[in-house]
Design a protein around this ligand. Structure first.
Ligand code: C5P
Length: 236
């Protein structure tokens, strides 16, 4: 996808444990074809077949496997993911700039095309206290996100995954064309769960998210299609 074809979009996190459960969920969407995120749980359970199937059904796919390993391993793994024809993939910025450059090389096909590559900055479940204490990263989460985003940009990546609350900081540091894909979205009247750095779809749009990734507020809703439409309406 070229940058100029992009528009703000809601991505549904299909955090299900089987293909059957995923199809049952997606079959409820008769009028729209949501952009979906396949994460570790579903990919490890079903393998590449689930990607091919959902692609075949016409969904755009964000394959959220958050790679983090030595550069050579990540490069080879990205080459495999690129052949799956997904639209978006990611890795951990903590893997270093060298790893990100290698990933980009692996991901790029012979004709120069490739999926969007994003770097996870700090997970939206990580608080500053845990980042300082457990990861031994000093300073604020915002400092770390800014630094990781700049590293990702220097490595040639397309954007980052961060909290919607940090999208403004990233845009300021890296420019408006550098994507901010943001989980940690909750409706103003909804449950928070294990997420920490969160906001609403409307506020995420205001701060600068390009894509919001929404899981439980849609997947656990009594009426998922209505919840999805509410997200689209508040965000796009
Ligand atoms: O259910 P919920 O809306 O919290 O789902 C958020 C999704 O985004 C989950 O699939 C989670 O793994 C993912 N994610 C996240 N924070 C990040 C990166 C990915 O919550 N920084």
């Amino acid at each position: 996808m070229a940058r100029e074809d992009m528009k703000r979009e809601v991505i549904i996190a299909c955090d299900f444990s089987s293909a059957e459960e995923t199809y049952r969920f997606l079959d409820r969407f008769t009028e729209e074809k949501p952009f979906v995120k396949i994460g570790m749980e579903l990919f490890y359970a079903e393998g590449p077949a689930i990607v091919r199937e959902l692609k075949g059904r016409g969904h755009k796919i964000f394959l959220d496997l958050k790679l983090h390993d030595i550069p050579n391993t990540v490069k080879k793994a990205m080459a495999v993911l690129s052949r799956l024809d997904v639209d978006m993939v990611n890795l951990h910025a903590a893997g270093t700039k060298e790893m990100m450059v290698a990933a980009l090389e692996g991901l790029t096909r012979a004709d120069g095309s490739r999926p969007i590559l994003l770097a996870v900055t700090q997970l939206t479940s990580t608080s500053q206290e845990r980042m300082n204490r457990d990861l031994l990263i000093p300073g604020t989460v915002a400092d770390c996100v800014r630094h990781y985003a700049k590293n990702a940009q220097e490595a040639g990546l397309d954007g980052v995954v961060c909290s919607p609350l940090e999208a403004g900081i990233v845009k300021e540091a890296c420019g408006k064309d550098f994507f901010c894909v943001t989980p940690g979205i909750r409706f103003a009247d909804g449950a928070v769960g294990d997420q920490v750095r969160i906001t609403t779809p409307e506020k995420a749009k205001e701060i600068g998210s390009d894509y919001i990734v929404v899981g439980r507020p849609i997947t656990a809703a009594e009426d998922p299609v209505a919840a999805y439409r509410r997200c689209v309406c508040e965000f796009e």
